[in-house]
Design a binder for this molecule. Structure first.
Ligand SMILES: Nc1nc2c(ncn2[C@@H]2O[C@H](COP(=O)(O)OP(=O)(O)OP(=O)(O)O)[C@@H](O)[C@H]2O)c(=O)[nH]1
Length: 593
């Protein structure tokens, strides 16, 4: 007994010591932050939204500083209520074409080594504010929606340094939508700095693309004169971790069998290719020293005669896999990898060999046109935490992933489109969220489906690639490429068909012999509406009687089983999941088409 008390008291003193240590560390990091701020060395934070109060204050401070320096008061056009959901179809496209040239990457103003630090700083801030004003004018156009581009000058400064240092610029893009993540103006800017600089598109996450899609993109890039290669940081690091996943063995296999254009490069091949490309550029620069605008960092540093290493800079949107790529290339974990975008804050220089240096820039959102902020959340560019309306974000996912894939991956049965709806319509976000919640029993205290939790999990699966999706190059046809991504073992035969033939689509029994929708169907819906609104208990009783009768005499027993899974309209909007679950006593049972 005494021994037990003793061990309890030593455990509690250990606990107290741990809490004390944690509080001390917290205080230390707070103090460090305060010191950094007081030294005007701000902790780098990405501002992608003008609604961030910090960013607004920051802009005001910058404006005040510049005012005192230049004595001319700049007017800040801050659109705190930017509505990113505007979509005006064709009109928007025309407007986008008109404003396309306005969406530029901010340029570093001309500088010389004679300039003072203060002068340099003021020039950069002035140029940056002008750039912000130009973009604010584009944002004022209600037909257009801009990406929540980076608004922190210090992050752009990191990019400028990386651009100046690099011989070869590697633009890392997510292979599932390469054009969305490509920034052509950055390529143009690199060439303004030095005409010999080249940009290579590193099409990452290629493990999530079927070969047929890679072939299409390879053709597209070649047609448009884009230097590119396919890569999978995940496969490369899996290989390094000695996991030898199936993807990596595929890529090793491909190295032998496939064309250079469509194969997924492995680590050694990528390093060799980067070194060759960068060395070629560096030697051209050396022999023809024509830096046009600003001094080229690497050439400033060079001692005559000494062979300087080639520098490869990595840039790209947040979450495209720059850090994973760097870690795989270096062969060890040097930069943090997470599925939360915007983690890398400062550029890092990594020496691979005497001949090759890699430079990792923080991920930043470039100014570009986008259809909505929810596209940005679903693309992994904006953190899921910024999601204010989960249904809109999940609708983006529902629009891109075939219905049968949801059914298979999540082992659910999404409600079929009604007889009067298009058979090929994507699932509604509400249907997907409710089906997901009911199959997993996610409910909030009120008994309603926990849609927020479901939305987060679905978005994560979409970003991580568990829910397969990809873009096809413009003007190229989709030849059933999605089928290649679906693991036949994880899919029932019924689900391995096109959406047109999918038995889960189209409620055939609700159409009469002439192909017309049955009137009963509409009456059922009105009844269920009345029931939910508490208007007609008689109609509910009638409906129950009818359902029993139809179940009893139904020709296909599986249909009634399948039907019991329906959540969308049968479950009804606003219907607690607990009720749906009561109707479905065994939610884990297999989906029967
Ligand atoms: N399937 C797949 N996932 C990948 C690949 N590369 C990276 N990822 C995942 O993508 C997410 C983002 O990777 P990071 O390397 O942190 O991306 P980043 O571009 O450095 O992100 P920031 O730090 O925000 O700039 C992580 O969840 C990675 O596991 C890949 O080749 N294939």
């Amino acid at each position: 007994m005494g021994g037990k008390e003793k061990s309890d008291s030593s455990a509690s003193s250990l606990g107290r010591a741990l809490v004390k240590q944690h509080t001390k560390k917290l205080q230390q990091s707070k103090d460090k932050g305060a010191i950094l701020r007081s030294l005007n060395k701000k902790v780098l934070t990405s501002y992608t939204e003008t609604t961030d109060i910090e960013a607004v204050i920051e802009q005001a401070e910058e404006a005040a500083r510049i005012h005192s320096l230049s004595n001319s008061a700049p007017t800040l056009n801050v659109d705190v209520d930017a509505d990113p959901l505007e979509d005006a179809g064709e009109m928007r496209k025309q407007e986008e074409a008109l404003y396309a040239t306005s969406l530029r990457v901010p340029r570093r103003p001309h500088w010389t080594s004679e300039m003072s630090v203060e002068e340099l700083d003021a020039n950069e801030k002035q140029a940056f504010l002008e750039w912000r004003r130009r973009l604010a004018r584009v944002e004022e156009n209600e037909k257009l929606f801009l990406t929540p581009f980076e608004k922190n000058l210090d992050i752009w400064r990191q990019l400028w340094r990386v651009l100046e240092r690099s011989d070869l610029l590697v633009m890392v893009v997510d292979g599932r939508s390469p054009l969305f993540y490509r920034c052509p103006d950055l390529e143009a800017y690199a060439q303004e700095i030095n005409e010999h600089k080249k940009t290579m598109l590193l099409v990452n996450k290629a493990d999530l693309l079927p070969l047929s899609v890679r072939k299409k993109w390879a053709k597209y890039f070649e047609q448009h004169g884009i230097l590119f290669l396919f890569w999978s940081a995940k496969a490369a690091s899996d290989f390094l971790d000695d996991k030898k996943s199936s993807n990596q063995s595929l890529s090793s296999h491909e190295s032998v069998l496939l064309d250079e254009d469509v194969k997924i490069y492995n680590r050694i091949e990528l390093l060799a290719r980067l070194q060759t490309e960068a060395e070629t550029i560096a030697s051209r620069k050396d022999s023809n020293d024509v830096d046009r605008r600003v001094g080229d960092y690497s050439s400033h540093d060079s001692k005559k005669g000494a062979q300087k290493p080639a520098v490869v800079g990595f840039v790209g949107y947040p979450n495209v896999g720059k850090s994973s790529t760097i870690n795989a290339l270096v062969g060890e974990k040097r930069t943090g990898v997470t599925s939360t975008p915007g983690k890398t804050k400062h550029f890092q220089t990594l020496i691979i060999s005497e001949k090759l240096i890699l430079c990792d820039c923080p991920g930043l959102v470039f100014p570009s046109f986008s259809s909505s902020r929810y596209e940005m959340i679903a693309s992994g560019v904006l953190p899921v935490d910024r999601m204010t309306s989960h249904r809109e974000a999940v609708q983006v996912v529902a629009n891109h992933v075939p219905r049968r894939v949801f059914n298979s991956v999540y082992n659910i049965a999404l409600p079929k489109p009604k007889a009067y709806e298009l058979r090929s319509r994507p699932p509604f976000a509400a249907e997907l969220l409710r089906s997901y919640c009911s199959s997993r029993g996610y409910v909030v205290a009120s008994g309603l489906p926990d849609e927020t939790k479901a939305a987060r999990l679905i978005l994560k699966d979409y970003i991580d690639g568990k829910l397969p999706h990809f873009e096809i190059p413009p003007d190229m046809a989709d030849d059933g490429d999605m089928e290649e991504t679906i693991d036949p073992d994880s899919m029932s035969c019924d689900s391995c068909v096109s959406d047109e033939d999918d038995p889960s689509i189209g409620d055939v029994d609700e159409v009469d012999k002439t192909g017309q929708p049955k009137f009963d169907h509409y009456v059922d819906e009105l009844d269920s509406f009345d029931g939910i609104s508490g208007l007609s208990s008689v109609s509910i009783a009638k409906k129950e009687k009818k359902t029993k009768a139809s179940t009893k005499y139904h020709k296909k027993p599986q249909r009634s089983k399948n039907r019991s899974w329906r959540v969308g309209n049968d479950g009804g909007d606003g219907m607690p999941v607990s009720r749906v679950l009561q109707k479905n006593p065994s939610p884990s049972s297999k989906y029967v088409a």
